[in-house]
Write a protein that binds this ligand. Structure first.
Ligand code: NAD
Length: 260
């Protein structure tokens, strides 16, 4: 058991990468707070956590709202007594437009979803970790932050900001034995891809652009998060782990997302 007696908050854990992470953490001994705006699915994830014999708590929380994040943290501390691990996973790309057509509102909402949410969760969780001189924070960025397959300036800027936040917080939190690392996922088959989620042909084509020959599964990211959350990585902070099937090794033209 890599996370025996640990307590984790995973944001955006109702489905996809967050859900797989919550369930894998529970299988390794952690109690998990499943925070999401989709309470019905979050309850389902929490129930899977409990099936692993751990405590699972679903909490409605819009991670872009400071009051809701503050309430989430208070509830988790009241219920579990501490927070050892924070996975800032809530995020996504709900809309896109060329930069000249992008409204300020669209920019703000996508940057808030991917970057401000990470800031807010750290802001409210860090004091509890500092008091215990211990913690692991894992931020979910994107390969698009450094090597975008197509232009989505709000999303990629937000995810690049997540990398900046990771190294900044890592530096500031070393004296408190709080490690802060980021995961850079490549394409992972989740609802991130919207209505294409059930399109096997789309994912088969996308997989051909990946050196390892397939798109990732949510568990591929969960495994890296488990490593970064556990004592196996106790001397690692301020790092970014690519979990991309080798995509940065592929020639640039091979990497673009195939047309539907
Ligand atoms: N799937 C990919 O290919 C891919 C690639 C790179 C990065 N990522 C990142 O991985 C993370 C997880 O995405 P996923 O692929 O599992 O997609 P997903 O759409 O399956 O999961 C996203 C989850 O976040 C929740 N969420 C959305 N807005 C929220 C908010 N304001 N507050 C709290 N929860 C909210 C959703 O309800 C959902 O449960 C995201 O940050 C995404 O940007 C995904």
């Amino acid at each position: 058991m890599l996370l025996q007696h640990k307590v984790a908050i995973v944001t955006g854990a109702a489905r996809g990468i967050g859900r797989a992470t919550a369930i894998m953490f529970a299988a390794e001994g952690a109690s998990v707070a499943v925070a999401d705006i989709s309470l019905k699915e979050a309850n389902d994830t929490a129930s899977e956590v409990r099936k692993k014999g751990r405590e699972g708590m679903a909490v409605f929380c819009n991670a872009t709202d400071g009051k809701q994040v503050s309430d989430l943290v208070q509830k988790v501390v009241a219920n579990f007594g501490k927070i050892d691990i924070l996975v800032n996973n809530a995020g996504g790309l709900p809309s896109t437009a060329p930069v000249e057509d992008m409204s300020e509102e669209e920019w703000d909402s996508v940057v808030d979803l991917n970057l401000k949410s990470t800031f807010l969760c750290c802001k409210y969780v860090v004091p509890h970790m500092k008091a215990r001189r211990s913690g692991a924070i894992i931020n979910i960025s994107s390969l698009g932050a450094t090597s975008p397959p197509s232009s989505n300036v709000h999303y990629h800027s937000g995810k690049a900001g997540v990398l900046g936040m990771t190294v900044d917080l890592a530096v500031g939190l070393c004296p408190f034995n709080i490690r802060v690392n980021a995961i850079i996922p490549g394409p992972i088959r989740t609802a991130f891809f919207g209505s294409r989620l059930s399109d096997d042909v789309f994912f088969a084509e996308l997989g051909k652009t990946v050196p390892l020959g397939r798109v990732g599964a949510p568990e591929d990211i969960a495994g890296a998060a488990l490593f970064l959350a556990s004592e196996l990585s106790s001397f690692i902070t301020g790092e970014f782990i690519n979990v991309t099937g080798g995509l940065p090794l592929a020639p640039p033209r091979a990497r673009s997302v195939p047309a539907k």
